[in-house]
Design a protein around this ligand. Structure first.
Ligand SMILES: [Zn+2]
Length: 361
């Protein structure tokens, strides 16, 4: 995600904060500063950081289960509305998705149980005093009570069956093992949309901007997920081999852009692998070509304008995996190999063509 910066790395997962995240402690701190004074503002800011520490560990719990199932987790990004773990793909098996979904809320529940006794002692073994209604920023003790309630609330909120929140994912996984992923997703998405509308209306009535944002996020994310599942169903029967064209062209790093332009006009190939002494050293995409022409640099060589980042896949890779890799790396082309030998190029458009054929068939 753009506009986010690394803060630390653990278990090979980068934890980043989005630039808008900085606004949250700042706004809350300032709000409390002007209404309740500086020491309350300090406690409020500590409280906000505590919430995000809990959210980070919640995301780590999802991520560690994902890693257990051999799913690469790239990063955890903290946004003002919560944390997001960016994964290369989602688990295929319902059981794996179920366990991954509940891992986050389980962390919050376990932490709430562990913290219960010390807090119980702190509040003189009096349950009534531990009510969230007694929390405030006026003393550290009252602030600690606020902190105590963070974990039960995170657990309950995330376990609401509002797909694609954790509870919704667990529900989808549960249904998928009985009625299949496509139908399970349709049901979970409808429930997710229902919750999003309820959250949105409630947020509007109460003037809670955060809840309105979360509602919007849930609505959009649920729809995206549904599209993704339809895509998977449509692409499910194909591998890279099935859609690879019979021939492909490669270019040398020292070839001129003018030469590649000539080649691209003669073929339907969009992107050209750049090969030097039988090794792929980069890729010259249609986009590289267009921007080189725009900058009047036709006399430049391929190696000056090519991209160094590319996706390589095996010839028997499923198109769904290929598509997820493209989406995760924000790249539109993949190079297909068979035993280290380049067999061709597949672009996002090629995949879109298969999808349109399948959907309209
Ligand atoms: Zn979660």
């Amino acid at each position: 995600m753009k506009n986010s910066m690394n803060i630390f790395e653990l278990f090979g997962i980068k934890v980043k904060v989005h630039i808008t995240f900085i606004l949250l402690p700042l706004l809350i701190g300032l709000g409390v500063f002007f209404t309740e004074g500086p020491s309350n503002a300090l406690r409020a800011i500590v409280f906000v950081f505590f919430i995000f520490t809990c959210v980070t560990f919640h995301e780590f719990s999802h991520s560690l289960v994902a890693q257990h199932y051999k799913i690469k987790v790239k990063s955890i990004i903290l946004l003002p509305i919560g944390g997001v773990a960016t994964m290369e793909k989602m688990p295929e098996k319902p059981k794996e998705e179920f366990l991954m979904a509940i891992a986050g809320p389980m962390f919050n529940i376990v932490l709430a149980i562990i913290l219960f006794y010390p807090i119980y002692i702190l509040f003189d073994r009096n349950l009534a005093q531990m009510s969230p209604a007694n929390s405030s920023f006026y003393t550290w003790k009252a602030t600690i009570l606020y902190m105590y309630w963070v974990n039960p609330i995170l657990a309950v909120f995330n376990m609401l069956p509002a797909f694609p929140m954790d509870g919704g994912r667990a529900l989808r996984a549960f249904l998928a093992s009985r009625i299949g992923t496509a139908r399970a997703t349709r049901i979970a998405v409808s429930i997710g949309h229902g919750f999003a509308i309820l959250f949105g209306l409630y947020g509007l009535m109460r003037g809670w901007i955060m809840l309105i944002l979360i509602a919007f996020f849930i609505y959009v994310a649920a729809s995206q997920e549904e599209k993704m599942v339809n895509l998977k169903v449509a692409l499910g029967h194909y591998t890279a081999k099935d859609i690879l064209s019979k021939e492909h062209f490669t270019v040398s790093p020292d070839a001129s852009i003018a030469k590649v332009l000539e080649l691209s006009l003669k073929t339907s190939q969009q992107d050209f692998p750049v090969v030097a002494s039988n090794k792929v050293v980069g890729i010259l995409t249609r986009q590289n070509l267009i921007s080189a022409i725009h900058q009047h640099s036709k006399e430049k060589t391929v190696k000056e304008v090519m991209s160094h980042k590319f996706i390589s896949v095996k010839i028997n890779e499923h198109l769904t995996t290929l598509y997820s890799k493209m989406a995760a790396n924000n790249l539109k082309t993949a190079l297909v190999f068979y035993h280290n030998e380049l067999k061709g190029v597949i672009s996002l458009e090629d995949i879109a063509r298969v999808y349109n054929l399948e959907v309209n068939a």
